[in-house]
Structure formats: structure tokens, C-alpha cells
Design a protein around this ligand. Structure first.
Ligand code: SAM
Length: 216
């Protein structure tokens, strides 16, 4: 049974507006350094959620090739998933609500060398509102622990439909126990528009990884 990766270590840092400590992760041969602030007034996006680790570990297991692929992540939080994808060669747009972007930019700067920074954009994308500012030709769309509250699902769906085309691969992961009924219903709603396959499950942490394609 697949076991979900965990942080390798953590280190308290001099507290600042964004972070209280740094967490360190080993995945795909990279050492990731992620600043977090669990008590932040900014809410849910300031820690690394289990589903983000589920996606990272799935990409490692499947050796997914992101070289020169155009990738966008919704509700990226700390940015860990997109940072990994950028290190794997992807051309990544990391999105979240405006107030979360500064911490993402700092986490990008901890991990992505200046010579690779052109591969990473950090932008505001509020679900159901800002997607028109983005193109519709992404190779991959990523999201972890964002299909949680039923009221968000129509807005996530609207953004997904705009950002994707028939070739786009969507990888979403969810920690099911956070809100089992609402999350299952959310994925069911998305599956009306996207062929959806449960491609991996991390049983002990109740994390599901889904691969989705636009229905024709
Ligand atoms: C539970 S956190 C997951 C963060 C990250 N994906 C992870 O797995 O570690 C949900 C994320 O969605 C973002 N979010 C919530 N509502 C949003 C909205 N309406 N538009 C865009 N992002 C939103 C939050 O700021 C937060 O970063």
C-alpha cells in the first residue's frame, strides 16, 4: 500500500510576516524548502496540505514528464506542487487568491534558481472570476485540496472549463476525510464534464489522486 511522503525535517526560523518555520521535503531527487505559517490570518493556504504531497509523490512514482509543458495550478497555497513541476522542467503559472501570492513568491525564490525563474509565474486567479485573464491551452492543470466546500465547486468548474481543452490533463488530489460527503459530491460534479479516473490512493492519509480529461 502506498505511503504518503512526509516532511524530512523542519526548522524554526526568525518569524516574519509570512512564515513561522520552514519544512523540508525530498521528492523526485530535489530538496524542497517550504515556508509555512499555520496560524496565519490568511487562512488555509499557509501550510502544506496532504493532497499536495499526494500529487508530488504521484508525479515521482509515475515519472511524469513536465519538460516544456505548460502548467497552471489553482489554489496553490505554499506553491510546493508547482515548484516541483518547475524543477521538473515545466513552464508553470502558480495561482491563488491575491493575499497568498507573496508567500508563494518567497517559496519560489527559496527553491528555483534565478536562471530558471522565467519558467515560473505567480498570478492571482480567484475561481470563477479571473480565469478569462488566462489562456485555454494548458497541457496540465493541477489542484490539491481545493474541492473541499460545495459552494466553491461551480466556480472551480467554470475556471477549469475555460483553462482546459480536449488535450489538457487535469490532476486533482483531495484528502477525503476533511469533508467526505462534500468532496465526493464535488468530484462527482466535475466528472459530469471531465472523464475522471482515481489513479492513486494513499490509504493511511485518505488522499485520492484523480486524473481528468475534458469530455468531448
Ligand atoms: C486547503 S488549501 C490547499 C493549498 C494547497 N493546494 C495545498 O494542497 O497545500 C486551499 C487553497 O485554495 C485557495 N483558495 C480558496 N478559495 C479560493 C478562491 N475562491 N479562488 C482561488 N483560490 C482559493 C486558498 O487560498 C488555499 O491556498
Amino acid at each position: 500500500m502506498a505511503k504518503l511522503m512526509e516532511k524530512a525535517s523542519w526548522q524554526r526560523i526568525k518569524e516574519d510576516d509570512d512564515f513561522t518555520w520552514k519544512e523540508f521535503y525530498q521528492t523526485c531527487g530535489f530538496h524542497l524548502e517550504i515556508g509555512v505559517n499555520p496560524l496565519s490570518r490568511l487562512g488555509f493556504g499557509t501550510t502544506v496540505w496532504g493532497a499536495a504531497l499526494g500529487l508530488c509523490q504521484y508525479f515521482e512514482k509515475e515519472r511524469i514528464q513536465f519538460s516544456d509543458k505548460k502548467v497552471i495550478e489553482l489554489g496553490a497555497g505554499t506553491g510546493i506542487v508547482s515548484i516541483l513541476v518547475a524543477l521538473l522542467g515545466g513552464d508553470v503559472t502558480i495561482t491563488d487568491k491575491p493575499e497568498i501570492l507573496k508567500q508563494i513568491e518567497r517559496n519560489v525564490s527559496f527553491n528555483v534558481a534565478p536562471s530558471f525563474k522565467h519558467r515560473v509565474k505567480v498570478r492571482s486567479l480567484r475561481w470563477g472570476r479571473d480565469h478569462h485573464l488566462f489562456p485555454s491551452d494548458y497541457d496540465y492543470i493541477l489542484g490539491s485540496d481545493i474541492v473541499t466546500f460545495h459552494q466553491d465547486v461551480p466556480f472551480i468548474l467554470e475556471s477549469l472549463l475555460h483553462l482546459s481543452n480536449e488535450k489538457t490533463i487535469v490532476y486533482f488530489a483531495s484528502t477525503m476525510y476533511y469533508n467526505q460527503q462534500s468532496i465526493s459530491e464535488g468530484h462527482l460534479t466535475l466528472s459530469q464534464y471531465f472523464e475522471t479516473e482515481l489513479v492513486c490512493r494513499y490509504e493511511a492519509k485518505d488522499v485520492n489522486v484523480y486524473k481528468m480529461f475534458r469530455k468531448l
